[in-house]
Design a binder for this molecule. Sequence first.
Ligand SMILES: [Zn+2]
Length: 71
Amino acid sequence: MAEDRVSATCSECGSETFSLPNNPPHDDDVVTCAGCGTVVGKYGDIQKALMDAGKAEVSKIISNTFGKFGK
Ligand SMILES: [Zn+2]
């Protein structure tokens, strides 16, 4: 089976924390890794992918993934 799931781990450094430019975030905000600054993707796309992965867990996943917001 294809792995088209969005990983909540940075592919570059393995960090599980990501930064957003705005709080609250906008759908077209670019999400970057808090560890190394790698661009992960757009917040809206990632949020949708996480929701598809499991709506019941989404708030917990988002809380863990976007624990740090950029300033
Ligand atoms: Zn990283």
